[in-house]
Design a binder for this molecule. Structure first.
Ligand code: PLP
Length: 410
């Protein structure tokens, strides 16, 4: 099929919930993609961070092929080796704990929210079970019923009322606001270590450790949503590791599947035991295909490749390089106000003039980038986001940034 045929047939049969660009991607290798017209692109966004090792990484392809010929799925009433390997990798690089596997960031967070509710029953407040979760303005935690309520952006939940109760929002990077909002019903704080959809916001160094202290003081669970920041994206295995604390629960999505659908909810033992079917007298949470063998083989390979190829230090180096270039660009580009991020998770904030952003809006920058053969992303109207694969080499990164620079400098 050529590009137009794909688009016409898509428009006839598919849900039109995504505002797609009129481009049909056909093939990918590393940080490079080719569309059905043969036009090449440099991928500086990795499909919202999911193709963390680039497209068709040979080790991930080999892992899928090996596993595809052996075993795909048996259901979670039986054991399989790939699940165990994946859970061990997450525990080893994180804080230990126990992993529950699902298919997306939203359902990993859903698993965390349900677990927090069980914790609030086990550890009630003076008026009964604790159930409410504090999360942050501008946060994003998913689009399922509970997670869109946890999300600190009313636009996400608008129109879907009535919504589940038990979610309150406070400003990000303000631990006093969290302290003030804690009441007898509060059971958990949910936070992205670095906000992603909100516009790549890195908090002050004392923010997350202070939230940890508040959780310890009030017997709350600290849930780190690492869906964007996990699996090396920021130059550490997980985003929380930039600071000196540990969460009780972390959730993963996007990169943890290397491009396959994987979600993970990892909890410390004392909390994870509330999902222990043996101790709880039955199943408290489950999903049929979560932890299927193919997905788990790829997840394990993602961790192996990051470790073997020292991709955390590479990510830090590439991130520093990109940050230096973007900061220099900001000096020459009048509408570019600030650049921020960690590792290869980068955001550039543009000036808003009246009700339009510089350059009309950042969506126009994305369109022009696409025309120039680079994939970038716009969010919040005035933020440009870059999240290239961790495997990108400096010359490819420079080629992409050169093109972006020409667009922004006109
Ligand atoms: N959490 C964060 C921090 C996210 O950025 C996202 C998606 O962008 C999600 C959760 C939801 O993940 P998914 O789209 O896989 O459901």
């Amino acid at each position: 099929m050529n590009t137009q045929q794909v688009i016409t047939r898509h428009d006839t049969t598919m849900s039109l919930n995504y505002p797609r660009f009129p481009v049909t991607m056909a093939q990918g290798e590393g940080a490079r993609l080719t569309d059905t017209d043969g036009k090449p692109y440099i991928d500086l966004f990795s499909g919202f961070g999911a193709t963390v090792l680039g497209h068709c990484h040979p080790d991930l392809v080999a892992a899928v092929k090996r596993q595809a010929e052996r075993l795909w799925h048996v259901g979670n009433l039986l054991h399989t080796e790939p699940q165990t390997h994946a859970a061990e990798a997450i525990a080893r690089h994180g804080f230990g704990g126990r992993s529950f596997f699902s298919h997306s960031g939203a359902d990993a967070n859903e698993a965390a929210i349900k677990l927090a509710r069980l914790y609030g029953r086990e550890h009630p407040g003076s008026k009964g079970p604790r159930f409410s979760i504090l999360s942050m303005h501008r946060s994003f935690h998913g689009r399922s019923f509970a997670t869109m309520q946890a999300t600190g952006d009313d636009k996400v939940s608008a129109g879907f009322e009535p919504l589940p109760e038990g979610f309150r929002h406070v400003p990000f990077n303000d631990s006093s606001a969290v302290a003030e909002a804690i009441d007898d019903t509060t059971v958990a704080i949910m936070v992205e270590p670095i906000q992603g959809e909100g516009g790549v916001h890195v908090p002050d160094d004392d923010y997350l450790p202070k939230l940890r202290t508040l959780c310890d003081q009030h017997d709350l669970l600290l849930i780190c949503d690492e869906v964007w920041t996990g699996c090396g994206r920021t130059g550490r295995w997980f985003g929380y590791q930039h600071w000196d604390f540990q969460p009780d629960i972390m959730t993963l999505g996007k990169g943890v599947g290397g491009g396959l659908a994987v979600g993970v909810m990892c909890a410390v033992d004392r909390v994870a035991e509330l999902y222990d079917a043996r101790k709880q007298g039955g199943v408290r949470h489950a999903t049929t295909l979560g932890g299927n063998c193919l997905a788990m083989a790829v997840t394990t390979a993602v961790f192996e490749v990051i470790e073997r190829d020292a991709l955390l230090s590479h990510t830090k180096a590439m991130g520093r390089h990109a940050m230096t270039r973007l900061s220099r660009l900001a000096e020459r580009c009048p509408g570019l106000l600030a650049v921020r991020g960690r590792g290869l998770f980068l955001g550039a904030q543009f000036e808003i003039k009246g009700d339009v952003t510089w350059f009309n809006n950042t969506a126009e920058v994305v369109q022009r980038s696409l025309d120039a053969g680079i994939l970038v992303n716009a969010v919040q109207g005035n933020m440009l986001r870059l999240a290239p694969p961790l495997t990108i080499d400096q010359s490819t990164l420079d080629e992409g940034l050169d093109r972006l620079e020409s667009i922004l400098l006109g």
